[in-house]
Design a protein around this ligand. Sequence first.
Ligand code: CA
Length: 503
Amino acid sequence: MMSGVQSPTFALALSLSALLACAAPAPRDARVGNPRPNIVFVLADDHAAQALGCYGSPVAHTPNLDRLAREGVRFERAFCGNAICAPSRASILTGVHSHVHGVIDNAATFDGSQPTFPQALDRAGYDTALFGKWHLKSAPTGFDTWQVFPDQGEYYDPTFDTPQGKVQVRGYATEVLTDLALEWLEARGTSQQPFLLCVQHKAPHRSWEPGPRELALYRGERVPKPETLFDDYASRSSAAGEQQMSIARHLTEFDLKLGPPRPKTEQDIAAWRATYDAENATLREHPLSGDERTSWNYQRYIKDYLRCVAGVDASVGRIMEWLEQHGLAESTLVVYMSDQGFFLGEHGWYDKRWMYEEALRLPLIARWKGVIEPGRVDQHLVQTIDIAPTLCELAGAACDARTQGASLVPLLEGREPRDWRSSLYYRYYEWPEPHHVEPHFGVRTQRAKLMRFPRLDAWELYDLERDPRELRNLAARPEAAGLRAELEGELHRLQAQFGDAPR
Ligand code: CA
């Protein structure tokens, strides 16, 4: 009945299960109709879920990401396992938690000889490319082509590490990356080899330097404050009060754009000055203090953050448009996610690190036309460790035997998996610099969250159904003793399952 070459229509008509059942790795010159999708994997840096329109933000300018969600599935409950860049990126690549891949903090070097999903896809015949932020110190492995920022990278005129050495590219990082990605796609010509394209933005990471095209957004507007901007940390452990990541006290002049402009071209400098100079002059003439100054800092911070987000959104739009123009929208899975969440003024903070929802949670959107039902919102608990097994399964590639995550393929298909996880493990290590956030670990279920601060011998417990903003620590409340015991048991079970044992 079937020749070796299937029509694209036939391939799309097959259910994903059927495809996977016969998804033996294809040869590198696989032709038209290969049931394995191309994969565009877009990883933003520090993009909080609450800064996307499709996740409920009334102010984020994310029309392209919102469209991606309308045309695919949006995971409402997606989380990291360690809310800082390098550990979370390593978990995405490997499918295992920090204590297994070894990158427990941003100072650690990733051992690139361990199995990752790009290596698996490369071996399974994918053409693989990476552009942007890597942040794992060792050279990328598993990519036929790569061009990455050293460390965090720069927003304007970024330098890149490449296999051939360093290069600097004039322009704004988000746009430069997009250009590199599209040039790579163009250069593939009519190749029928499936591809993995990783576009890994610096934005909207600190120090939130907007691009020239986004600088005019939000000028003259006031972004609503989060309800918890002036959180007093009552009922929490002492950890929350000891951090150094507050909007009131820990943003620098550099963060707040009170110094010289970052762009180098006259036109971009003019856009920068038009955005900041008048407000800066007013602040110098009429200095603010206390809550008024905190509110000023918040406005400056959140607008710059959202401008950076808008740039990332435009990049996603350009890639989606290219796929459509080249007839690849249907054969390409587009995944958008962030390495963790971020505080956008909640609890008075910027940055991440904490197991509190704003940092723990991340946006995760996947579109594969004809396979993923458009507009679905998934409520399962999913985590960074699930990405590698998912992409390996879709590519018909062998999964790392160490994998601690679960493939999201049933969820992409809209099927109810048997025995899906009912809780997530989290552990944060980095101490004391740069932000004096106490090491902690914990468990989150659909309903509640238990956090343990071992150096303080302290616990925090939140009922997420009744207290979604996590303002009432119930750890010492007699009426919550049952819930706490249940979560402690679950925490120990997860530690045994994952082979981790802090107490
Ligand atoms: Ca990050």
